[in-house]
Write a protein that binds this ligand. Structure first.
Ligand code: DGT
Ligand code: MG
Length: 593
């Protein structure tokens, strides 16, 4: 119930609309109760030869036995020609109220869903890297799109019925007694018995729905993986394998859906049969005692009484399903970002004078340290090259600077202050990152370069592109800077992508630069252009470069050698080569000298 009340808390801002909807429902319920009255009028009219004569209502024998205060109704008499108009009138009023309440409730439901989706997306983008390192894009997409849709059913249609149907039941109860007297007890005795299976089946359904959502998330994950790695799938002839994997997941979804169908479709007949038993009991006794018009109204009332029960059982199913789905949504909303601003955080402003690692250790998972007690200090405008074997911890080391992760032990300082004291956005504004695989957005070249500084002028963007030696190939694209990347087959080569990334970084103009050089060798032409672009980018900045190029190593002011998470050597190319050790081995391997 906690989850559903959390869902309901989203309704708070819509109190006005809800109140209006509930009032409309009350109107609906009143009109709805009049249905049994019209039945009474019709039969009464038949019995009295075209006239409706009401004069005996309070004089029924069992009424007197109950010692109720006598309803001193005046006797009424009118022509049956009015009755059809009354019937239309009752249904018209009922319909209007139903429309108004359902419309308002549905709008509220849609607003709630929009809010949940917005909140979910905003929350997800705030979560830290450790959350995303689990590689769960498909699952996240599924939760934001699919699970939220399931929840929608629970807060729109279901909510209407959840309020309306109990009202109908409440209004029908006195009417059932009014028409049926003591026989009403017989008919209503079954009522609590109906609730038991409904609640039991509802709980089963909730569990099943959660499973269904999990499996659907697996479907999106499978699709996301296959399609983003489609070249690998094809290169290794694994299409059939992936198809079979997909079919296996899909079969699981099918099986769970089948179980849900058993409950959702079986529930209604179950409630119907139980209702029929109750009504049969009432008929058994009532048929001999009650006058025809009264008996017909009594029966109508009973049917109208059991109808909402059927609806409620369906509503319960829908609600349980949305609770099952919202569980998975709240699970995401409950995740807290690992990297957050401290309450007393300060803005990082002005010059960057020093970057210091002080006994910094990092473990992604408990126990497995990938960086151990790293100690070094970098002055402004120094170029620091980081070398080491694959898996030595180079990327992990530089990822600490923009606080993608925080060190598990030790402190990282900028200008002598712990990084964690700075406001995260102000810190990241000072850092530019160019990695091996440049991510480009499916938008224009302009926007891709200006990403992070969307307010930059066209001149500034072109300036940056020129400085990154990218202007020439951009001009050659179908619509130059306005070309949408990824659209109509516009794809860029690795070298071109890198130069766009360099232009992006140049435009941002950060005092600290992190560079993860490509290991793959570009062709000599673009290699030279990328190299020149990088040299421009590195000038007058504090640079941390994960070096794979000989020229980078030769230009570096200092080289840090990482080995299994430890800083084992540091110095210039010459001093390190003289020293021998890990660096000498790496150097010989990489540059074949
Ligand atoms: P590279 O790029 O192949 O030259 O290697 P490095 O030196 O950049 O290595 P790095 O820092 O990516 O990885 C160091 C170790 O940390 C390696 O054993 C893999 C592990 N590792 C890296 N990223 C993550 C992560 O996000 N989560 C976990 N659990 N482990 C990670
Ligand atoms: Mg790396």
């Amino acid at each position: 119930m906690g989850i559903y009340s959390r869902l309901l808390s989203y309704l708070k801002p819509h109190r006005g609309r809800l109140l209006f909807a509930v009032l409309c429902m009350l109107g609906y319920t009143v009109a709805h109760s009049l249905v049994s009255v019209t039945v009474f009028l019709v039969l009464n009219g038949i019995q009295n030869q075209d006239r409706v004569v009401i004069d005996d209502l309070p004089k029924v024998s069992w009424f007197e036995k109950l010692h109720l205060p006598a309803l001193d109704l005046p006797s009424i008499e009118f022509s049956t020609t009015f009755v059809p108009f009354m019937v239309v009138g009752v249904f018209l009023v009922r319909g209007l109220f139903e429309y108004a309440s359902r419309y308002q409730m549905s709008i509220v439901g849609l607003r709630v869903i929009r809010r949940i989706r917005d909140q979910l997306y905003a929350h997800l983008t705030r979560l830290s890297m450790n959350f995303y390192s689990k590689g769960r894009t498909g699952d996240l997409m599924s939760r934001t799109v699919q699970d939220v849709s399931v929840v929608q059913a629970g807060v729109t249609d279901a909510l209407v019925d959840l309020v309306k149907e109990p009202l109908v039941i409440l209004f029908q109860i006195p009417l059932v007694f009014f028409w049926g007297g003591p026989f009403a007890f017989i008919a209503l005795i079954v009522f609590p018995a109906v609730l038991l299976p409904i609640s039991f089946l509802g709980r089963r359904l909730r569990t099943i729905q959660r499973k269904i959502q999990e499996q659907i998330a697996d479907i999106s994950s499978q699709m996301q993986e296959t399609f983003s790695g489609i070249n690998v799938v094809k290169a290794f002839n694994m299409e059939q394998y992936e198809v079979r994997k997909f079919e296996a997941i899909n079969r699981k979804v099918f099986n769970f859906l089948k179980r849900a169908v058993v409950i959702t479709t079986g529930q209604r007949p179950l409630v119907e049969v139980m209702g029929a038993v109750a009504i049969a009991c009432a008929i058994w006794y009532g048929i001999r005692v009650l006058p025809l018009d009264r008996f017909a109204s009594f029966l109508t009332c009973l049917f109208l009484f059991y109808e909402p029960l059927k609806k409620l059982s369906k509503v319960n199913a829908t609600i349980q399903q949305s609770v099952g789905a919202s569980y998975r949504i709240f699970e995401l909303l409950n995740e807290t970002p690992q990297i957050q601003n401290r309450p007393d955080s300060i803005t990082l402003e002005g010059q960057i004078d020093s970057v210091e690692f002080s006994k910094v250790s990092l473990a992604y998972e408990r126990g497995g340290e990938v960086l151990r007690e790293i100690d070094f200090l970098v002055r402004a405008d120094e170029i620091v090259a980081i070398v080491g074997t694959s898996g030595a911890g180079k990327t992990s080391l530089v990822n600490l600077l923009p606080r993608f992760y925080d060190p598990t032990k030790g402190v990282l300082k900028i200008n002598g202050f712990d990084l964690r004291n700075y406001e995260v956005h102000s810190l990241r504004a000072k850092i530019g990152i160019v990695t091996q695989d440049t991510f480009l957005f499916n938008t224009t070249v302009y926007e891709n370069i200006a990403y992070g500084r969307l307010e930059a002028s066209v001149e500034e963007i072109k300036e940056a592109a020129k400085a990154a030696f990218a202007d020439e190939f951009i001009q050659a694209l179908p619509t130059g800077y306005g070309t949408v990347i990824g659209e109509r087959g516009v794809t860029l080569s690795g070298g071109q992508r890198q130069r766009l990334a360099i232009a992006r970084a140049l435009l941002k103009n950060p005092p600290i630069l992190i560079l993860d050089e490509a290991t793959s060798q570009l062709d000599t032409e673009s290699e030279r252009e990328v190299q020149r672009a990088l040299e421009r980018l590195m000038a007058n900045r504090t640079v941390f470069v994960i070096a794979h190029r000989l020229s980078t190593i030769q230009n570096a002011d200092r080289i840090l050698v990482l080995d299994q998470g430890r800083l084992v050597q540091s110095g210039t190319n010459e001093t390190l080569l003289k020293e021998g050790g890990v660096y000498k081995r790496l150097y010989d391997l990489q540059f074949n000298v």
